[in-house]
Each structure stands twice: as C-alpha cells, then as structure tokens.
Design a protein around this ligand. Structure first.
Ligand code: PMP
Length: 406
C-alpha cells in the first residue's frame, strides 16, 4: 500500500460527515483515533462468522475464535519487535497495563526507602498507580524535571538515579506536549543502577516504529484505540524473566493451571495475567489495525505526521496571541497551545462550531499544566488521515475564535 492521503482518508467512513454544516476536521487522535474499514470489517466478520469463547472450547467456532484472538497477540509481538508471544499480555489498555505492573511487580518488589523515578510529563495513569503502590510499600516517588520546551533534563535524571532507584517510568511520547523522550538512552542509564524500566507507549505506537528489544526496556504498554483499533484492548510487553517471577494480580477463570478449595496453581505468563473472558473482538480488531498501519509503513506514517506538524506549527506561529506548550526539537503530532485571554474550553467550543474537533483541558497531565503555570491547553493532535486542509481549517477556526472572543 502506498502512502496516498486521499486513499487513506477514504478508508475512514467517520471522517465523511458534516458538523454544523461544515466538513469534519478530526484533530483529536491523541485522545482516541478513528478506525479504518479494515478494522471495522475484521470485527464484523468475526462476529458474523466465528464468535465463541476462546481457549477452552473443542468446537469449531471456539477454535476459530481462539486462532483469531491469538493472531492479535502475534500481531502485537511483531509490531513491538518482542521475541515471544509469551511476553505479550492483553489488557484493557495502557492504564490497566501500568496497574498490572504496579501491583504484580511493584508491590512485591518495593519497600521503604526504595525510589520510583517518574518523568514530570507522565499521564496520570503512570502517576496514580505508583502513588497507591508507594503508600502500600513505603517507596518514594521522585520526579525528573523538564525545561521550558518540554524536554527532560537529562543531567537531573543522571543525578536522580541511584542504587535506591528500583523503577524508572517514562512516557515515550507525551500526550500533552508531544515530546519524544530518549527512552533508549534513559533505559541504558537506569539499567546501570539496576532499575527496572517501564515505558508508556500510548502515544508513541501510532506515530513511530517501536522496537522493544533495541530499546531494552523491561515493560512497554499501549492502548489499541490510539492506534486505529477498538477501545477496551491494549497490550503489555514484559521481559519473560520478570513476568515469570510476578504473581497474578487478578484471580478467576483462564489464569489457572488447577484449582481446589485448598489451593490454586497459577498458569504461566501471559495467561497468568489474563483472568476471565477476554476482549476477543478487540484482539481481532487490534490485529487488523496493526496489520493495516504496518502495511502503510511506520516510517511513511511518521514522515507524513512530521510534515503536518511542521506545517501546523508554522500556521500557529502566525498568531501573536498563541503560545505553543511543548516545543521540543523531537516531537510527535501534538499541537498544544494557549491563547492569551481566552479559555481553552471556549476555544474548543468555537472550533467545534467550525467542524474542527480538538481537545481542551489538562489532558490527564495536571503536573505538566502546573509546570507551565496554566490550567489547561487546547490540543490539536494528528492522525494518519489528517491533511493540510485540516490544519488550514484549524487556523481559520482560530481566526474566528479571536473575532468572536478576542
Ligand atoms: N498514557 C498516555 C501518554 C496517554 O496519552 C494515555 C491516554 N490519553 C494513557 C496513558 C492512558 O491510556 P488509556 O486511557 O487508553 O488506558
């Protein structure tokens, strides 16, 4: 498949609609992306032909459903460059994957005096679970600061790392700022002090190729819905030795080898961490989405988004009253900004009336807002289907915002 933006857009039925009589410009993919026909069809086919519960059935439908679902696991393995499907745990998404690591790795391995080192630009989902774990274990959370561009201070990071650092948790790409963090280098540095490294890949996987082996991180997670797959499905990659040493965090069907009322023998990973009937159609849709985007080519996807990001940055630069929040040299497709004197929610409402869908608020990254001394931003975020016209319409909408509210 070649990278033809008109052909790509045509594969997303939802984009073909009018909002208040204006064509839709969907600039909210960082919150959740849209689904191509390939994904919609895969789920539809699955429900029309193959649905049954997975893993335990001897009948044909159960076997087909199992094959289709497990193909999702193989698709994730391939997408992340992981050595084995035994290292891929299906979860509801990034949030659940981080909670899994926090409870199944963090609680048994952390104690008073240990340090959990997080970056100052983490999503709440990579802060709050660690606060719960810190409260339970007595471990302490420390924070890597960033500069005014939204670039992590690597000298401060080097100084914060010490023999008490047991876990380093870093977002690969910041949802609020767009910053692409040097996760490979950060992993190497953390490993020198013996820390385990968790990388939140929620915003990275839709924008660039990921290779967990090359990165050498210990845990990596993402959500399907940000990479053109359904909601309610995501994955955790964990190194085999770590997963094998971790206890289950939820009990129930599927995750056991044998059960009596006296005791239970748990299954090996990844099954150990997958209690209950899974999101089978989600796995099917995820396989379709990952196959679809890989066929486009992650390098072509990244190049397209980079061009659009440069164009959008230039357009916003024409407005004196707009301040971009997040100006790191290494950035993915996020344009977060504030307009002097106008509240982001008002900006979002006027843009909506112009057919331009953006997100406004703190983007579940309140510490980032605090760092920049603002309550919220307006965020336009890019997906594979966006084009220059979407950004032109954003700029026109912003002119309208200033006319109406300025
Ligand atoms: N981390 C980052 C960087 C995110 O952008 C998000 C979603 N906004 C999450 C974690 C949480 O993802 P989910 O809600 O799909 O679990």
């Amino acid at each position: 498949m070649s990278f033809n933006i008109d052909e790509i857009r045509a594969q997303f039925p939802v984009l073909d609609q009018q909002i208040f009589g204006k064509p839709l410009s969907f600039l909210d993919s960082a919150a959740s992306a849209q689904r191509p026909v390939a994904v919609l069809d895969a789920i539809d086919y699955y429900y029309r032909n193959d649905h049954a519960n997975v893993h335990r059935g001897v009948h044909q439908l159960s076997q087909r459903a199992t094959i289709a679902y497990e193909a999702g696991r193989e698709a994730v393995r391939d997408f992340l460059g992981a050595p084995s499907t035994k290292e891929i745990v299906f979860t509801r998404g990034t949030t659940e994957a981080i909670n899994l690591v926090a409870y199944a790795w963090g609680v048994p391995n952390l104690k008073a005096g240990d340090e959990i080192l997080l970056s100052g630009m983490e999503h709440h989902s990579n802060i709050v679970p660690w606060q719960f774990v810190a409260a339970q274990t007595g471990a302490k959370i420390r924070v890597i600061p960033m500069d005014d561009r939204g670039v992590l201070d690597m000298e401060a990071y080097a100084e914060l790392l010490n023999e008490r650092t047991k876990l380093v948790g870093v977002v690969h790409v910041s949802n609020a700022l767009g910053t692409i963090n040097p996760v490979k280098q950060m992993t190497q540095m953390a490993h020198k002090v013996g820390a385990v490294v968790l990388i939140d890949g929620a915003q990275a996987v839709p924008h660039c190729a990921v290779d967990v082996l090359d990165m050498d991180c210990d845990f990596y997670m993402f959500s399907g819905h940000k990479v053109y797959a359904p909601t309610g499905i995501g994955a955790l990659y964990g190194k085999k030795a770590l997963l094998e040493a971790m206890p289950p965090w939820q009990g129930g069907g599927e995750m056991i080898r044998s059960v009596t009322f006296e005791s239970t023998v748990v299954a090996p990973p990844p099954t150990r961490f997958e209690a209950g009937t899974p999101n089978i159609a989600g796995g099917v849709g995820l396989a379709a989405a990952l196959g679809w985007i890989q066929a486009l080519g992650m390098d072509a996807v990244a190049a397209h988004e980079q061009q659009l990001l440069d164009y959008g940055t230039q357009l916003l630069g024409n407005f004196d009253r707009i301040r971009l929040i997040g100006t790191a040299p290494e950035k993915a497709g996020v344009l977060s900004f504030v307009i002097d004197g106008i509240h982001p929610h008002d900006v979002g409402t006027v843009l909506d009336m112009e057919g331009v869908a953006v997100r406004t608020g703190h983007h579940c990254a309140q510490p980032v807002m605090e760092r920049f001394g603002i309550p919220a931003t307006t965020r336009a975020s890019l997906g594979v289907y966006n084009n220059r016209a979407d950004l032109d319409r954003l700029a026109m909408g912003l002119t309208r915002v200033m006319e109406l509210l300025g």
